[in-house]
Design a binder for this molecule. Structure first.
Ligand SMILES: O=C[C@H](O)COP(=O)(O)O
Length: 267
């Protein structure tokens, strides 16, 4: 659940979440001062968990970082939730096979997360592939259950990205609705930095952008890239790119609407 609002940092446009699969990658991301270090195994699915031993190592090595754990879908999340170290800030859970609001809300309610770890519900832009509620329905449930956050991702990591499933105008409307309800919203789904720049120019400004594939070493097909090695230079490019976007048109970006609502930064 949300805590008290933080003062938005006027120099920042959006936060960055980078998914990592082990402590070595997490330390690279921490050195780049990425906002959220998210642990998941990209070889095993959209939200596949890493071994709980990796969570424990990260909790010991990076106690001051904002750490997040992907718990997978309903088939794994309930059993794993109780093992998330209390120093973690977030845990993400996918909605696949949850076809009704009551199924989804029951799943969220059953997760035995430590009290200090906030659930980040996930909605899939390609919800048919995941056989679950569509985005608007997941947002309705987030609002109805008084939760503070929503991550939109893609279920199929097949080379298509978020914007292949959901257009800029629809994303902007969804963000506006979430923001009006005080929900922090993160966008992910095989996004590339150039796409994010275009989205921002079209008025789509997430509270946070989530990425894995585009911060990995290039040279393989996009769908495989996310399973490869993390590239520290790409992480730095994203950090610099988001900073430039926050500065506005003279730096090559359209004036990005500032995130000023209660959902602006971590609460
Ligand atoms: O939570 C965000 C995801 O890790 C994004 O991964 P992706 O960029 O490979 O789709």
């Amino acid at each position: 659940m949300s805590t008290s609002p933080a003062t938005p940092d006027p120099r920042r446009c959006s936060q960055l979440l980078v998914s990592v699969r082990n402590l070595e990658e997490a330390q690279i991301v921490a050195a780049a001062r990425v906002d959220v270090i998210d642990f998941k195994e990209p070889r095993s699915g959209p939200l596949a968990p890493v071994d709980a031993g990796v969570w424990s190592s990260a909790a010991r090595a990076l106690p001051d970082a904002v750490l997040s754990a992907a718990l997978g879908e309903s088939s794994t999340a309930v059993a794993l939730a109780g093992h998330v170290p209390p120093v973690f800030r977030f845990a993400k859970v996918g909605p696949s096979q949850q076809r009704t609001p009551s199924q989804l809300e029951r799943l969220w309610g059953e997760l035995p997360l430590p009290g200090s770890v906030e659930l980040v519900p996930v909605a899939y832009a390609d919800h048919q592939a995941a056989d679950c509620l569509e985005l608007e329905g997941v947002l309705d449930s987030v609002i109805a259950t008084g939760r503070g956050r929503l991550l939109i991702d893609t279920y199929g990591k097949d080379g298509r990205s978020l914007t292949d499933h959901f257009g800029a105008m629809d994303l902007a409307k969804l963000i506006a609705r979430a923001r009006a309800a005080g929900i922090w919203i993160a966008l992910a789904g095989s996004l590339q930095l150039d796409q994010v720049k275009q989205l921002v120019q079209q008025g789509v400004v997430a509270d946070c952008w989530g990425v894995r594939g585009d911060v990995c070493v290039r040279g393989v097909a996009p769908a495989q890239q996310r399973a490869g090695a993390l590239d520290a230079g790409r992480v730095e490019s994203w950090m610099q790119g988001l900073k430039l976007l926050a500065l506005g048109p003279q730096h090559g970006a359209a004036a990005a609407p500032r995130v000023t609502g209660s959902a602006a930064l971590f609460r």
